[in-house]
Design a binder for this molecule. Structure first.
Ligand code: ATP
Length: 346
């Protein structure tokens, strides 16, 4: 079997009594972008720092392009790994020009080789080479940080929440520019974020982490449609976890099943457990019925309803203006693709 470009195998890491990583395994193909997605403190940055060589593993190995870079007994120094890193804060030296910031850390031979201009051209900042950081916008500063990471021609780029410091409009623009550049260069990259939307936009694949463990890896579409458990289902977007009716809880493992839930028949074709994952946009609401609207949020492009159905609260999302008001009696029908069963306990 051929090994993937980046292969992280069974890595654990403790800081004192805190277990930051509890057996983390990852595979990234060359040219792909992987996003580590998880809540604060789940071990994302630790995983990134281990790949960069800034930490050593207690157990496990990290291999890049067939070269073993980390084992508990041997860690190749960060500067010898050809791995670039971009942080949340651009962290530029205020007293140095843009060009000098990019040149920082390059060898003389690399500077003579024209690497500074090459990297600044990649991020379209050649004309600003002689400016100082205080003369740059937030987006430009982040592009200088990217140029600095690109200048040594790394084989992987690591990004730790790189867009967090930017306001919303700038964030979307800088993000799109950086992603386009990474694809053009065929660069293998790893991003860390706690923002599900960002993870879905950025990642070819995402690894969803919790408490030092990777709970699920897949394309964003796979993880959204086929979450592995109740926690993943609710972390990657909104989800109703509807109980199965008792008669159908052990319906077997046939490829396609109809599961009777409180909102009618939901086709299920994967998973095991006692809850069916129903995304709010897959529920249709119409007038009349035994459910009652408890809350309505109108966002312009769509509308979110919280609906009381017997002892269950169900979230519904439909495009357009509000169709019902608080207190209205409504009927809920499932209108989506086959869903999955998950165990109730996360
Ligand atoms: P955030 O999104 O808040 O940055 P994270 O998912 O990146 O969080 P890590 O920074 O990897 O999480 O931290 C994982 C755990 O390890 C946390 O409990 C953290 O407190 C702990 N930890 C990380 N670095 C150290 C350190 N140098 N010394 C002690 N504990 C640490």
């Amino acid at each position: 079997m051929t090994q993937s470009f980046v292969h992280v195998s069974g890595v654990t890491k403790h800081f004192g009594t805190t277990q930051a990583l509890a057996g983390c395994s990852l595979d990234i193909d060359e040219g792909d972008t992987l996003v580590l997605l998880g809540p604060s403190g789940c071990g994302k940055t630790t995983a990134l720092r281990l790949i960069a060589g800034l930490e050593s593993p207690d157990a496990g190995t990290i291999t890049v392009d067939g070269e073993t870079l980390s084992t508990p007994h041997r860690v190749v120094a960060p500067q010898r790994r050809r791995i670039g890193m971009v942080f949340q804060d651009a962290a530029l030296f205020g007293h140095l020009t843009v060009a000098a910031n990019v040149a920082y850390g390059l060898t003389r031979a690399e500077i003579r080789d024209g690497r500074v201009a090459e990297a600044l051209d990649m991020v379209d900042l050649g004309p600003l080479a002689q400016r100082r950081p205080h003369e740059l916008s937030g987006g430009q500063a982040q592009r200088v940080a990217l140029a600095r990471a690109l200048a040594p021609r790394p084989r992987i780029l690591l990004f730790d929440e790189p867009f967090t410091g930017l306001d919303t409009t700038l964030r979307l623009r800088v993000r799109a520019e950086i992603l386009e550049l990474l694809k053009r260069l065929g660069m293998t990259s790893v991003f860390v974020t706690h923002d599900q939307e960002e993870a879905f936009v950025v990642g070819d694949r995402i690894a969803v982490m919790r408490d030092g463990v990777i709970r699920q890896t897949g394309t964003p579409a796979e993880v959204y449609a086929r979450p592995s458990d109740a926690w993943v289902a609710t972390f990657v977007g909104e989800a109703n976890l509807l109980p199965l009716t008792p008669a159908l809880t052990d319906a077997g493992t046939t490829a396609s099943r109809q599961v009777e839930t409180l909102i009618g028949a939901v086709p299920v074709d994967a998973g095991r457990g006692d809850r069916v994952v129903v995304r709010p946009e897959h529920v249709r609401l119409s007038p009349g019925g035994r459910a009652v609207i408890a809350h309505v949020d109108f966002y312009g492009h769509d509308c979110s309803y919280t609906v009381q159905l017997d002892d269950q609260r169900v979230r519904v999302r439909m495009s357009g203006a509000p169709l019902a008001r608080v207190g209205d009696a409504v009927r809920l029908d499932y209108d989506g693709p086959a869903s999955v069963l998950v165990p109730h306990a996360a």
